[in-house]
Design a protein around this ligand. Structure first.
Ligand SMILES: [Zn+2]
Ligand SMILES: [Zn+2]
Length: 161
């Protein structure tokens, strides 16, 4: 049997320490990349954010921790997902090459790919298709956000050719 450590993540989603309990020497009150405050629990229900998974006698090497998008206890979206969705919306707001209904579709799909559901892959494909109508700068930035917020399945479809 193993157990989860607690993760310390800044409000913008930078992982500060995924072993908050077992390696407290790496804890920081603020993020050294963006200056935002750091949190270790869900702002809504105060459940600790799951960090590294420890298995007795096993040392995980080279494992890359990504912070969760949603709280497993209350379903609340973490602040970094909200911020990413807001940035995506701002990007679309300044792009004049696509219409409002395509923009709404893109934002909706962006939300869907942050969750692992039967619709994840379809929405990743929608993003790939519709985002092509964006200006090329906006396209690159939008896909980058999508890859950041997307689940593993979504990342694969977004990056696949
Ligand atoms: Zn940060
Ligand atoms: Zn919660």
């Amino acid at each position: 049997m193993g157990y989860y450590d607690v993760a310390q993540v800044c409000l913008n989603g930078h992982v500060i320490n995924d072993n908050y309990i077992s390696s407290p020497e790496f804890n920081q009150k603020f993020c050294d990349k963006c200056g935002a405050e750091t949190i270790t629990d869900c702002p809504k229900c105060k459940t600790p954010i799951r960090g590294d998974y420890h298995v007795d006698g096993v040392v995980a090497i080279g494992h890359q921790y990504t912070p969760p998008s949603y709280c497993y206890n209350c379903g609340n979206a973490f602040p970094w997902l909200q911020t990413a969705l807001e940035s995506a919306q701002e990007l679309l707001d300044i792009d004049e090459s696509i219409n409002d209904s395509d923009k709404a579709l893109l934002i909706n799909s962006m939300k869907e790919i942050s969750k692992d559901t039967p619709k994840t892959e379809v929405n990743a494909l929608k993003i790939k298709k519709i985002a092509k109508k964006l200006g090329s700068d906006t396209y690159d930035a939008f896909i980058k956000i999508a890859v950041d917020v997307g689940t593993e399945i979504a990342k694969k479809s977004l990056l696949g050719s």
